[in-house]
Design a binder for this molecule. Structure first.
Ligand SMILES: Cc1cc2nc3c(=O)[nH]c(=O)nc-3n(C[C@H](O)[C@H](O)[C@H](O)COP(=O)(O)OP(=O)(O)OC[C@H]3O[C@@H](n4cnc5c(N)ncnc54)[C@H](O)[C@@H]3O)c2cc1C
Length: 292
């Protein structure tokens, strides 16, 4: 830790990074430190320093699809939230991984470029969206990716969309040690009216989503089925463990009422998986990522 403090003193950082404060689910303990690179160069440098120091780390965006650990995390956090540069390109935009969906939408609208509207209301950073292949209503981030700059297994590479191996809620980044730095997105020229209308369409589709602290959908939809319907069919809506319960509005959401621990949420997830398997012989698979 002394080594860390001396070597990394130049980077913006937060000691005792509180997961309950920073995550959308609002639970969990803390990481000893979080670093906030502000440029792509700093980001790459930090990753290299941490790797050389043998310090395990997790790169995080908005923490909207993760379940943090209770207590102390084994890993240092690198937060991308200050990597917010975005610029026009010939085919669309280039954005660093910490650009939020709202900033991306606003900037692209200002540039009269269309294609990112489906991200309206998804509370993500671009890096999180690229990692998770985020999307809604049949539109996924993979459809607008031109290329992604990333460190894969420690090597700086520029991946084509094919190299990203995108599939439903799946990407190469989940299978290899990956740090997403930024991406070129392919967009098309449009006008403010068309962009506003599309954004409104996606906003309206989200009106039914549960309010409260959650991670969004906990489970992926199994092939040919909808996870929320299976959970509802198993009679689990409203099921509560401690401060967490299965949403009454959308059964694929677990809501933290304020005092839930990660352990309680994990127990709820286990019960849901067992009950759905017992009733339908379908194994639900988590969409959310467990943080070490
Ligand atoms: C209310 C609510 C609604 C939601 N609705 C949707 C929806 O409609 N559609 C949808 O797809 N998702 C939805 N989500 C889930 C979530 O917003 C998305 O999965 C999003 O893409 C996660 O982005 P993030 O920045 O929060 O990533 P995080 O949660 O911070 O991270 C998610 C994963 O990505 C990794 N990661 C993040 N950034 C990087 C990086 N730069 N380099 C390497 N790895 C990285 C993390 O290590 C982690 O494993 C919703 C969540 C909430 C809370």
């Amino acid at each position: 830790m002394n080594l860390m403090q001396n070597t990394f003193a130049n980077y913006q950082r937060e000691l005792r990074f509180d997961f309950a404060k920073h995550s959308s689910i609002g639970c969990g303990g803390y990481a000893v430190a979080a670093y906030y690179p502000t440029t792509a160069e700093e980001f790459v440098e930090l990753v290299s320093l941490l790797s050389k120091a043998g310090e395990p780390f997790t790169v995080l965006g908005n923490l909207t699809n993760v379940l943090p650990p209770d207590g102390k995390s084994q890993n240092t956090v690198i937060s991308t939230k200050r990597l917010t540069k975005i610029a026009a390109t010939q085919n669309g935009v280039y954005a660093l991984s910490g650009v939020s969906s709202s900033m991306l939408l606003k900037t692209c609208k200002g540039m009269q470029k269309s294609g990112v509207e489906f991200l309206e209301g998804i509370p993500c950073t671009l890096g999180g969206a690229l990692y998770m292949n985020a999307g809604v209503a049949g539109s996924y981030v993979s459809e607008i990716v031109e290329s992604v700059d990333a460190l894969i297994e420690g090597k700086l590479v520029c991946l084509s969309v094919a190299d990203c191996e995108y599939a439903y809620k799946s990407s190469v980044f989940m299978r290899k040690n990956s740090v997403i730095i930024g991406a070129a997105l392919r967009l098309r020229s449009s006008n403010a009216e068309e962009i506003t209308a599309k954004t409104e369409y996606y906003r309206a589709r989200r009106a039914h989503l549960p309010k409260g602290r959650s991670m969004g959908c906990v489970f992926k939809n199994p092939s040919g089925a909808v996870a929320g319907k299976l959970i509802e069919g198993a009679g689990l809506k409203g099921l509560r463990i401690g401060g967490a319960h299965v949403s009454e509005t959308h059964a694929n959401f677990i809501i933290n009422d304020g005092g839930a621990t990660s352990a309680e949420i994990k127990r709820l997830i286990g019960i849901i998986k067992n009950a759905v398997f017992a009733q339908y012989k379908i194994r639900l698979e988590e969409e959310i990522r467990y943080l070490p």
